[in-house]
Design a protein around this ligand. Sequence first.
Ligand SMILES: C[S@@+](CC[C@H](N)C(=O)[O-])C[C@H]1O[C@@H](n2cnc3c(N)ncnc32)[C@H](O)[C@@H]1O
Length: 250
Amino acid sequence: MRNPVPEKKSAARLIDWCIFCLQCLWYSGSNPRKLRLFFSVKPYTQLGYRRLANIYELAERLEKEGVKGDFVECGVWKGGAAAILAFQAARAKPPRKAWLIDSFAGMPEPTGQDGPMIGKMVNGRTEGRLHPVGINVASLEQVEKLLFGRFGFDRDKAVVVKGWFQEVLPGLSRRIGGIALLRIDADWYESTKVCLSYLYDSVVSAGYVIIDDYNLLPGCKNAVDEFMRERGLRVELTAIDREGVYFRKK
Ligand SMILES: C[S@@+](CC[C@H](N)C(=O)[O-])C[C@H]1O[C@@H](n2cnc3c(N)ncnc32)[C@H](O)[C@@H]1O
């Protein structure tokens, strides 16, 4: 959850773009296709270069190693990171599906587990109700325009699902088969926990799980740690940058 409420001020946005351009040129210079993709998704994502590259590269690794399964993103916002998942899913042989799930109404109420700073940010509305609080709002139409209009992805292969995770995942988890790459970018404790509860068991052996805000948001970290403890799982977390982590399922 980078800059959850206010859109970045124009000076901050400019600096963000400059850093992004430098990183793209520095790291992806030899891969113009990757570079073009990153530049086209940047206006539609809160992720910086490293986290975008992480999605792109883990997907490539899975393909190279022949790990079967679909790609899933929980927490799509304007669709920039989702476009990278859908791009890599479409290139796979045979093509994989990308399941892209969001309320498209923004964040629901957090809970006390998300800490006092988040509580303040939502003016004390911390009952965890599935009511939008006006943070990270992007519409389904916006995302469909990006994925199916601009990128031209096949609707059967990039499946966009609108709804609260708590309401759609119980049914959807039965429709999604094996998951090779699960990306959770859901910010709050409850949102993260529900994604793990319904989707972790579908992640195939050698599949990856990315937790976008593990080292930024205490609620997100608590949800992951608690889930691992409850299941008796021990995983080796790898840092993507200062905030995001990923691990490989044994
Ligand atoms: C930080 S944004 C995702 C950023 C995005 N992946 C990107 O590329 O910039 C978090 C998203 O999670 C969604 N979200 C959080 N909790 C949710 C829930 N319980 N059900 C559905 N969507 C949720 C919000 O609507 C929001 O779009």
